[in-house]
Design a protein around this ligand. Structure first.
Ligand SMILES: NC(=O)c1ccc[n+]([C@@H]2O[C@H](COP(=O)([O-])OP(=O)(O)OC[C@H]3O[C@@H](n4cnc5c(N)ncnc54)[C@H](O)[C@@H]3O)[C@@H](O)[C@H]2O)c1
Length: 307
């Protein structure tokens, strides 16, 4: 199947990145959002990223040429003639199912639907549509323009040619696709999420400061960033939603949200995107670890556990 026009649902961290790499690869892209202000924010991020890539000399065309292939919309009908629709809205099964079900009657019948979900069952999302054989997972990584991996997820209903078209699309947008099946967390999050949650638990238990735990995992394991920097980057809210889905699936403590993560999300500390998480990003170049604000809380949590 020939993919020419791509629809992207959501223009947040991931949707904007997916839209950018798709347009860079030569596809016409329409991004759907609930409000214009989210499109404006997402497109501003894309323009910044394209400018940086141009500076580095890694863009083959001018940023304007890429930008010209990108359109934003708040009208679902504008996605009717897409060949591939990739969803990247919030990590909530109900929200995702609602939008798939609405689009199923609007987007042409032979188009492929894909989800960028980190943890929700692709099969569960697929059942919101009448195109089970044309439904896959395309799980990109953050930041999409820089991260090379895409997990291509099949369900028991995905047809072989749809799966191979999605796999090929991954290559065409410059990624290295890996094959996986519809098990919560796929490959990367199955291994990564318990590690990130364990870092929060270690912090709650007073194993080390935010910076020391980050530094230890960077220098001791050769990771490019420590777990708290990564959590702030991914979004604490997104991580928290993921824990719900993965804990529900496996019923294992290693996938359960530590109390501190929950409290931070309730307080609106989502990480980089909200300006504050395990670090404060008032000056994004010089994040300040939030030990003094969090440690009292973390100690309380530890004490509560002992009692
Ligand atoms: N953040 C990460 O590192 C990461 C990595 C891989 C996958 N994911 C997955 O990607 C998805 C999106 O995550 P994100 O980090 O980009 O979230 P985000 O909060 O940055 O963006 C979500 C966007 O979706 C929009 N939205 C909500 N409902 C919508 C609807 N009905 N129609 C159109 N737009 C709608 C919101 O306005 C928001 O702009 C989630 O499923 C997440 O699990 C995230």
């Amino acid at each position: 199947m020939n993919i020419r026009k791509v629809g992207v649902l959501g223009c947040g961290l991931m949707g904007s990145g997916i839209a950018q790499v798709s347009a860079t690869a030569g596809f016409d892209v329409t991004v759907l959002e609930v409000e214009q202000k989210f499109l404006d924010k997402g497109f501003a991020g894309i323009e910044k990223s394209l400018a940086k890539l141009t500076e580095k000399g890694s863009l083959k065309e001018t940023p304007q040429a890429v930008r010209a292939r990108l359109k934003g919309s708040t009208r679902r009908e504008d996605l009717a003639d897409c060949d591939l629709v990739i969803e990247a809205v919030i990590e909530n099964a109900e929200e995702k199912r609602k939008i798939y079900s609405a689009l199923d009657g609007i987007v042409k019948k032979d188009a492929i639907f894909a989800s960028n979900t980190s943890s929700i069952s692709i099969t569960e999302l697929m059942t919101a549509t009448k195109r089970p054989e044309r439904f896959v997972g395309l799980h990109f990584f953050n930041p999409v323009p820089l991260m090379k991996l895409v997990e291509v997820v099949r369900t028991i209903a995905t047809s072989e040619d749809v799966y191979e078209t999605a796999y090929d699309f991954g290559k065409r947008v410059g990624k290295v696709p890996v094959r996986t099946s519809d098990k919560s967390g796929f490959i990367v999050n199955r291994l990564l999420v318990p590690y990130l949650l364990d870092a929060v638990r270690a912090y709650e238990e007073g194993v080390g400061s935010i910076e020391d735990i980050d530094q230890a995992m960077k220098l001791g394991c050769g990771y490019p960033m420590g777990p708290f920097t990564l959590l702030d980057f991914v979004g604490l809210d997104t991580t928290y939603y993921i824990t719900h889905v993965m804990f529900e699936e496996f019923k294992e403590r290693r996938f359960a949200s530590p109390p501190l993560l929950k409290r931070m999300v309730l307080a609106g500390w989502y990480g980089r995107k909200s300006g504050k998480g395990f670090y404060d990003y008032k000056d994004p170049q010089k994040p300040v670890a939030q030990d003094s604000a969090l440690r009292g809380f973390a100690a309380e949590e530890a004490a509560a556990k002992i009692a």
